[in-house]
Design a binder for this molecule. Sequence first.
Ligand code: ADP
Ligand code: MG
Length: 676
Amino acid sequence: MLNTESNIKFIKGVGEKRAEMFYNLGIFDVDALIHFFPRKYEDWTNTKSVSQVNSGDNITIKATMITPVKEHMIRRGMTLYKCRFSDGESVINVTIFNNKYLAQSLRVYEDYVLFGKIEKTFTASSMSSPKIEKPDTGICIHPIYSASGKLTSNAIAKVIKTALDSLDEIPETLSDDIRKKYDLITLDEAIRLIHFPNCEMDTYNARKRLIFEELLTLQLGLLKLKSNKKSETTLRITEDYTDEFTALLPYRLTNAQKRAIAECVKDMQNKYPMSRLLQGDVGSGKTAVGAGIIYTVIKNGYQTALMAPTEILAIQHFEGLSKMLGSTGITIRLLTGSTKAKEKREIKADLYDGKIDLLIGTHAIIQNDVEFKNLGLVITDEQHRFGVKQRANLANKGHGIHTLVMSATPIPRTLGLILYGDLDISILDELPPGRQEIRTDVVDSRYNSRLYKFIRDAVDRGEQCYIICPMVEESDEAPCLKSAEQFAEELSQSAFEGYNLGLLHGKMKPKDKEKVMKAFSDGDVQILVATTVVEVGVDVPNATIMVIENAERFGLSQLHQLRGRIGRGNKKSFCVLVSDSKSENARNRLMIMKKYSDGFRIADEDLKARGPGDFFGERQHGLPTLKIADMLEDIEILHLAQDCAKDILDEDFNLDLPKNKHLCSSITKMFRDIEY
Ligand code: ADP
Ligand code: MG
């Protein structure tokens, strides 16, 4: 008898060789094998007769073989096997390609089921390489697995069937209460039915149960992670200086900003360190929120740090915050990769002595050799690529330091629940007053001359313009893509002769980037030709036009970020998406940009159009891989699982109760490969 921990080589019919193939898939024991779920199903239960179906239909037919197999060697490596079947009224000509094993197993006058596409002409019906089985094993719903090398889907199905047949009841992992409350079948039933369902309802029930459990495990793991970080902190923020801070500002905070600041301050008055995400669409004023809590923390006697993903952004924050807080006697320093060694030494010494209140820079500022005297708060700005793991690292670094992550990446709300499940969240759902809706247009390059005139007119009025290109340099591989270098050169000699053009891209030296960016924000550069380095954060309110070349090359969320660089002042702003793409899909995606201005809405649309790969792929979210659940498709179950997780932790935070024992080990297993 097998149990779930048995090595798969002990399954009947699995020798060393076949076991090896499963090992290559990462499947070592029976438990992993029965959790290797079908990719899809083929339903062979709905048998028809030839007269009932149309040519081209995919069908299942019960038929008797009426002529022996004839072999036709077409050429080397290509043999056809032909024979005839009858369903009682019609004859079907069947051709099998190259499958000698199947051809030899067929016996004339026996009954079979044929599954595949049928072609009907006036005189005859035929099937080309149908799947053929005996009726007793054939007429059912067949699971289809991801085949790999010599391991065919059929072979996998056989091994799983054998394993399930020799397994006793699979031990239950969810308590009876939970199964009752959420109407879930047992694990034993679910596993057996997911592989070999008798009807669609079976797969539905099996999937629901397995998806629920997987999402519940994920959610519990994340919630526990969040609370693990809650070792008490000795940092005490006793006094709230928000009023003093707001008096420094040239504008009034929006209600959303006030609420976010209050939430942060409340967190920090708690005995646990703050671990919060501030989410707000581009231009919603996250910096002021950050500055507000920085001010309060400093006034309570602690040092603070603000990290930006790029040097340009760090510099901009340094300048902005110096202006905002300069009159208060607070000491602010900038530390980036291009800070001179001597100055760096000075800064480090001053930090260690507690002479610096706020350190702004790239992520270099929390590296090991940077020591603070009494760091109380770290804020990271615009960290789209900040995973669960990195956040945990950051929190572990501190001796209970407060952390705030500011993000403009409009993660669709539902995904945010998972991605940021380990953080508390504040949302800025209100833009500062006086913002104008940005007008967005999608055009092709036939409009270039009109577009350039439009830009010249704006620049002549004293406004500024961004032109974004997908590449830095010309490339042989993609000659049709605009490169920033080439394009800037071209434009400066044609449409914008006599105007001040700047060039900005990621391959430039930091010092040069800084120079160009400064010239642009001072208004000396009128038109900035750039790559996506300006995507995050940059704030030049006088810029009113954003032109994006080869717009089809960018993701919607990225386009939204780019568009967020304009419309920051009180002048009417325009975003022009230039694309010569003929693809309807590309066109439709760009039209979404014209239609919507809300980043969350755009992210949702993007998600619908492109799937969650973008959110769960490139971005190193650091989440465990899921076997059966799909964050998007299974949103409803996700919500149930989230409620359930909360209930479980409310009752039994450490998962000590016997009924939660299995969940506890599932979490360990799921999170095993992720270091925190
Ligand atoms: P983001 O959330 O994209 O980081 P910023 O913090 O860069 O936005 O703010 C965008 C612009 O809005 C800045 O120029 C900032 O000075 C301005 N701003 C922020 N808050 C307010 C407010 N309450 N009223 C008016 N302008 C504001
Ligand atoms: Mg910002």
